[in-house]
Design a protein around this ligand. Sequence first.
Ligand code: SAH
Ligand code: SF4
Ligand code: F3S
Length: 468
Amino acid sequence: MPQMIKNDTLPAEQSVYAARAAALAVRKYGENPKACVVTFGCQQNVSDSERMKGMLVQSGYTLTDDISEAHFILFNTCAVREHAEDRVYGNIGTTKALKHANPEIIVAVCGCMAQRQSVADRIKRSYPYVDMVFGTQVQHRLPEFIYKRLSGGGRIFELSLDNGEIPENVPIKRDGTFKGWLPVMYGCDNFCTYCIVPYVRGRERSREPERIIEEAREMIASGFKDITLLGQNVNSYGKGEPHGVDFAELLKRINALDGDFRIRFMTSHPKDCTKRLIDTIRDCEKVSSHLHLPFQSGSDRILKRMNRRYTRESYLELINYAKDNIPDLSLTSDIIVGFPGETYEDFCETLSLVKEVEFSSLFTFIYSPREGTPAAAMEDPITREEKGRWFSELLRAQEDIAKKNITKHIGKTYRVLCDGFSQREGFMTGHNSGTTEIEFRGGAEMLGKFVNVCVKEYDGALYGTVTE
Ligand code: SAH
Ligand code: SF4
Ligand code: F3S
């Protein structure tokens, strides 16, 4: 397994802290101090965790998935919905017993939820066994925080959101060996009225194109075959930057790199997604034929209240252009049901859009009020039960669409990246350039390899035969 660690490139000051932390950790815990990172939320968090794992290795820790044997426990949290936060509190609670058994272990909470002052205050008050809480923009200072706590300093609460530089040269310990994440930008300036992300991730900032290309090159050289470019709104990549490289141009430059690999990206915002971007997806052979374009609601009235800044009509125009131009396109989307003030008629507009577009799959959410966002102060007369019924209606509609469309793949041959083991003995799973999963006969030696598969039948999953 390739170890994606760049040992010499941690920002200078943090490298010094890492070396000191490593010495202290060995003194305190013995030869093999262990760290466990538990990640909640979106791919952005998964990617951040990979960077923090790199820093933990640099600070002398071995990574483990078993929280009960860890000397350093890090929760990287998500604040997007209340349910996400409840899960985190539950998980933090379980460390009380571990800390009781071994008071020397360190418990840390970081990420989007930790960035909220009210959460940090609650942890300070009610979770005295949590040693450190730090926000999304100071993650690169992890070695410093570990060193300070190990050397006897007090509890650490560091939430500054100064929208400063993006820390580069942070070591990375990637979870995968052939599928990986590549952040191209951080933060969000869109302020959709329901969403907490702009408050916890700060202003939009793009990485330099050279840095992104360099990281892509490294990933390709160490065997990565499926690279997902990450940002809350990748379409506004490069806005306001002197280099003049926009997202379409960035895609072209990565596409031009040598090697056999696939490029994915998320998330696109319909207000900034252009026909030029769709043309770029069509023209770049390494860019996958998948567009994740969240529309949230099919009602113009609700879209306006959400501050989404596009209309149902303009959204459909983009979708139809993409369908007409990209062969075998997979379309996916996010939807919120029960936004404050949404009526059943508004919801029916969402339902009709889903039926019209026929997405490959959907990520659907019941609206969850987030303190401090404009929508949380809007009147919300519809009960949770009623919203639940609408939600089920939406799920049923999407299930019918998926059922109807799945057989369209039969008879087609796709280039598939083999990425996992099937439940069926002797079979592997893989994905085509879109989001279609196909199963085929094979073994572990196929993992991370591209194979051509002809889809033969649907029997709970799509099954095919390898044609070469
Ligand atoms: N930046 C991405 C998505 C970020 S959050 C985008 O703009 O599309 C992922 C999804 O969570 C959103 O698309 C939205 O559907 C959902 N979401 C965000 N805030 C929410 C809230 N308060 N309640 C319910 N769902 C929410
Ligand atoms: Fe949230 Fe909207 Fe930004 Fe997406 S674009 S992260 S939904 S504010
Ligand atoms: Fe959650 Fe933060 Fe992502 S709030 S969805 S982890 S950006």
